[in-house]
Design a protein. Structure first.
Lengths: 426, 96
């Protein structure tokens, strides 16, 4: 074995088994395909979606619980120990999390699709039980992560959001058949959306960006003091938004958008500095998606104010959800996932010709290019469908998104096949 | 200890007969990676250096491969030669 081979062999022993993160990535890819399929079914209702069980709600949760949460858990359990230099306490809780979360998500989303309250409650409870081991592992790792104070702060905020998020999610499921558990169901649903999109997922995405973006660009870690200001603003924005939704105070929601705009400005400035000072200037296709995600992130607080003030029209709330969940989070996570999945796989396989594989050996970039084009095209068309209240446009967007999702699934499948074979063809 | 203008003040470095030693333990991710690559890309290390890290630098491997450098684990966490949270990596320019 060469020195590099011996080194890689040693490195492998420190990685999680490939099946652990990749089971989450495969599930996310499948939910991604289902998301656009269900959106095709919901095309007539989606442009004016305001909540309530049905295909449109199922599509939203295919995105949040199916795509975003699965991707985030798969990436977090592998990347957090690398970032914090602290190994995970154990692997089995992640496997347990997956086997509770997968059927839980299927049941919850299926219940939403067919408006079955008992299925939704069962799915919500199973999903909560599945998220619990992940939250405990995350908490344990963050507790020991002394060298990463910014990531740790965002991680704690994400975990606190997750706890309230799942409690509200279970309450909304129980209340779905008109049980009267929630005095203000729409306010609780908005708080649930803010906690999920900006609290749990948003905080994870912003926090990990402080490591991932400099890592990809090969630049120094962001300025600590400025990053602290960004975190304080982001956390305050979520608290204000949840309070505004729960109490029904529009002024608090607008304040949340204002403070959120500060958080976004600070974050984007830090990311821009990382890219400008990084050793790697050519960041490839994944950063086309990441930059598109940042553009959506910048739009989010502006759109939030417009919705709160009633300036965004009848489709404003749906458009806000699309920009925040689809434009920002989904686009960002796919940009990151298409970058890290081949890298993680490369750590687990060897070339047929010997030595470590090159990342380019994990399949062609063509499916990823198709996915990126279809993804961005579908989101733009979906936004137009919401503004124009057009079911045909929403259906066309869903078809284009579906083509992109199939291309992305093909790309993940290629990587998984290389992993299963234990080597690339090179 | 060797003082070098291209090594950040927060990074301990020293020269031995084997080569330059650079201790990047305690730096936030991804600064260990970036510090080592800057030394290689900047031409400060001609043939060999020893990196002292808090963990095996998984993200460094493809970067070294891409630059034609090889690496070898000299001591890992838990070895008697290195304490807990201490990995020593020998990084050598590859022969063309």
């Amino acid at each position: 074995m060469t020195a590099a081979g011996a080194f890689l062999g040693s490195a492998r022993s420190r990685l999680l088994p490939a099946s652990v993160p990749f089971r989450f990535f495969v599930a996310a890819a499948v939910f991604h395909v289902l998301l656009w399929l269900v959106l095709l079914v919901a095309a007539a209702d989606f442009p004016r979606f305001r909540g309530g069980a049905g295909p449109a709600l199922a599509a939203v949760h295919l995105l949040t619980l199916g795509v975003l949460t699965m991707t985030a858990i798969g990436a977090a359990v592998q990347l957090l120990p690398v970032a914090t230099t602290r190994p995970l306490a154990a692997v089995w809780p992640i496997q347990l999390a997956f086997w509770l979360l997968l059927p839980g998500a299927v049941a919850l989303i299926g219940g939403m699709l067919i408006a079955d309250a008992r299925l939704m409650i069962g799915g919500a409870v199973a999903s909560t039980l599945g998220l619990l081991p992940f939250a405990l592992l995350l908490a344990d790792n963050l507790r020991r992560a002394n060298s990463m104070p910014v990531v740790r702060a965002y991680g704690w905020a994400a975990m606190a959001s997750l706890l309230v998020l799942v409690a509200l999610g279970v309450a909304l499921s129980v209340d779905a058949d008109g049980g009267g558990l929630l005095a203000d169901r729409s306010g609780a649903a908005l708080a649930h959306m803010i906690l999920g999109g900006f609290g749990f997922m948003g905080m994870l995405a912003l926090g990990f960006s402080h490591v991932l973006i400099p890592m990809f660009a090969l630049s120094n870690a962001p300025n600590r003091r400025i990053a602290d200001v960004g975190f304080a603003a982001a956390a305050a924005s979520v608290v204000l938004g949840v309070a505004g939704a729960g109490l029904g105070h529009r002024s608090l929601l607008i304040a949340a958008c204002g403070v959120g705009a500060v958080a976004v400005a600070v974050h984007l400035r830090l990311m821009q500095v990382a890219l400008a000072t990084g050793m790697r200037k050519r960041l490839g296709l994944s950063f086309v998606l990441v930059r598109a995600a940042w553009a959506s992130l910048a739009l989010t607080p502006l759109l939030g104010v417009a919705v709160a003030q009633g300036w965004a029209g009848a489709g404003g709330p749906t458009l806000f959800g699309l920009v925040a969940l689809g434009g920002w989070l989904m686009t960002f996570l796919f940009g990151i996932l298409q970058r890290i999945a081949p890298f993680l796989a490369s750590m687990h396989v060897s070339r047929a010709s010997g030595g470590p594989p090159l990342l380019t050996e994990f399949g062609s970039e063509t499916p990823l290019r198709i996915h990126a084009g279809c993804h961005l095209g579908a989101l733009i068309l979906l936004a137009a469908a919401i503004v124009l209240d057009s079911a045909p446009l929403a259906a066309l967007a869903a078809l284009i998104g579906l083509a992109g999702a199939l291309a992305f699934a093909a790309s993940i499948l290629t990587i998984v096949q290389s992993l299963a074979a234990g080597r690339t063809r090179g | 200890m060797t003082s070098r203008s291209d090594i950040p003040a927060s990074v301990r470095s020293w020269q031995t007969g084997e080569g330059l030693h650079v201790d990047v333990r305690g730096l936030p991710c991804p600064e260990p990676l970036v510090t080592l690559l800057r030394l290689i890309d900047g031409g400060s290390v001609r043939e060999r250096m020893f990196a002292h890290l808090g963990q095996e630098p998984l993200l460094l491997y493809p970067e070294l491969d891409a630059r034609g450098w090889r690496s070898r684990l000299v001591a890992s966490a838990g070895d008697s030669a290195a304490g807990d949270d201490h990995v020593v990596l020998e990084i050598v320019r590859g022969t063309p």
